[in-house]
Ligand binder design. Sequence first.
Ligand SMILES: Cc1cc2nc3c(=O)[nH]c(=O)nc-3n(C[C@H](O)[C@H](O)[C@H](O)COP(=O)(O)O)c2cc1C
Length: 378
Amino acid sequence: MVVWSPFRLNSGREMANRFAMAPLTTDSSREDGTAPDNELEFVRRRAAGGFGAVISSAAYVADDGRSWQGIGAAHDKHLPSLRRLAEAMRAAGSLAILQIYDGGRIAKPELIGEQTMRAPSAVASLRPGAQTPRAMTSDEVESLIASFRDAASRAREAGFDGVEIHGANHYAVHQFFSPRANRRVDRWGGTLTKRMSFPLAVALAVRDALGPKLIAGFRVTPFESEPDGYTLEDSKLLCGALAGLGLDYISVSLDDYRKSRPMREVRLYNGPVEDSTPAVSPIPELARVIAGRCALMASGGIKTCRDAEGAIELGADLVAIGRAVVVDPEWLSKVRSSSEASILAGLPKDEREIAAALSIPPRMVEYLLSRPGWIPRL
Ligand SMILES: Cc1cc2nc3c(=O)[nH]c(=O)nc-3n(C[C@H](O)[C@H](O)[C@H](O)COP(=O)(O)O)c2cc1C
């Protein structure tokens, strides 16, 4: 079966199989951006299944762009924690990839303190209660690109096999590409080509910091379902340009890889109330545009080996697994040994069991349970 076959990335690094553990924020890091033991254990236990690659939760690249209390890659003081994380991720021979992000207009005011929220433009997010950010100066835009580059250098120093740029799910890189969030009229905005400049500049800076032998990936939201958002045609141009930069993979963030339903800015954990988006996956079109120049990773709703094969049949090379491995840390071992009938289909009813039985940090348990409908329950 293709899903168990190895895959060689452009950098020459080889994944032992096509499965990646998706980036999964635990919301459980220390205030200083370091990972406590229970966060490392969450990763180590899941990685033990032998994923081709394990992608970390998103690490912030700048203090004033934090959207939750997660890991940091913003300072050299983060290096020891990043080293421990890389070790936990590769405990079973997986490639270890650090995801890096900036929150832009969806940074969390409680975390960024006195600093004013800054974003491509002074346009508030659609999230209830969102503050209007301040538009970044040109110097701040350049400095944010440098922060991504420095975070990638730290990933290299900490022993990661590479970096994934979080260009999806409405965080800052996505915001620069979005005509809803980016109303600039300088070299970073105004036309589709200019809105592509920031994501491409970040990708180039990261590729440069890593050198050709480490993995550089980019996660993208394939289109925005919000009114006036960017379209699939727009992101096909972005993905085509990214594929031309010598990246290793482009990861497409979807709720369900079979459907055209990206993560909305205002999240609907119980599924969309009205879903007018077509039930057609964007994966084949993106695969056509990328045309083998780098790998394509699909994610969203993969719960069985058959689901993973389905994504590959649509044109993906790799698949990322999120909620299935949150709920069942041994998910990959069970899939590998054809014991899918024993896969845990949801979090236990008794909340007290969840943290200890599944190695989920208690704060992450709270976070998961506070969004009913997001993670299945038994
Ligand atoms: C608890 C949790 C935390 C997540 N954190 C991140 C993250 O840090 N970065 C990211 O790109 N996606 C994140 N995601 C999205 C997942 O990587 C994945 O794309 C999404 O859950 C859909 O795939 P699934 O159906 O396999 O879960 C998170 C999802 C969950 C459930």
